[in-house]
Design a protein around this ligand. Structure first.
Ligand code: SF4
Ligand code: SF4
Length: 143
C-alpha cells in the first residue's frame, strides 16, 4: 500500500488523440482483462508497456498525424563477461526500448526509419495533444 504511481507520458504521435487534453493518455495504450497495460501498435511479441517504454516511443517523438506505424519492443540481450580472477561484467545491459517495426509517411508516401526522418519536415501536422503539451512546456520555461 502507499506505492508510487509513475504516470505514463501524455498522448503523442500518429496517435490522432480524440481528446485535446494535453496529458490525455495515448489512444494506443490499453488495459487487458488480466490487468496488463499493453500497446496495440506492437505488431508482434510482448506488447506490455511501461512509462519508460512509452517515453522511448519513436512515434511519440515524431509526433505527426501523417505517420502510420507499427512498433516492436527491443530488448538487448546482455552479455556476461567472466574474467580470470572471477570478476564478471555485464555488457549491453541497456533497458528495453520501443522501435518502429514498420513506418511510413501517408503524405509523402515514403518509409520512415526513425524520428530523425521527420526532423525539420515542413509538412508536419503536429498531433493536437502534442502541440498543447509543447505550448505548456514553452510557457513554463518562459516564467
Ligand atoms: S508505445 Fe507509443 S504508441 Fe504505444 S502506447 Fe506507448 S506512446 Fe502509445
Ligand atoms: S515526414 Fe513529415 S509529414 Fe510525414 S510523418 Fe514525418 S513529419 Fe509528418
Amino acid at each position: 500500500m502507499g506505492g508510487t504511481i509513475t504516470p505514463f507520458p501524455g498522448a503523442t504521435a500518429s496517435h490522432r488523440p480524440r481528446s485535446l487534453v494535453p496529458q490525455a493518455p495515448c489512444e494506443h495504450r490499453q488495459v487487458t482483462a488480466d490487468g496488463r497495460i499493453v500497446c496495440r501498435k506492437v505488431a508482434r511479441g510482448d506488447a506490455e508497456v511501461s512509462p519508460a517504454l512509452c517515453a522511448s516511443c519513436p512515434a511519440a517523438l515524431a509526433g505527426c498525424e501523417h505517420l502510420r506505424f507499427t512498433l516492436r519492443k527491443y530488448a538487448p540481450v546482455p552479455i556476461v563477461v567472466r574474467y580470470g580472477g572471477g570478476r564478471t561484467e555485464v555488457w549491453g545491459d541497456a533497458p528495453p526500448a520501443m522501435r518502429f517495426e514498420r513506418a511510413a509517411c501517408a503524405l509523402r508516401r515514403e518509409p520512415i526509419g526513425s524520428p530523425a526522418d521527420c526532423a525539420g519536415c515542413a509538412l508536419r501536422a503536429t498531433v493536437p495533444a502534442v502541440a498543447a503539451a509543447q505550448r505548456q512546456r514553452q510557457s513554463a520555461a518562459a516564467r
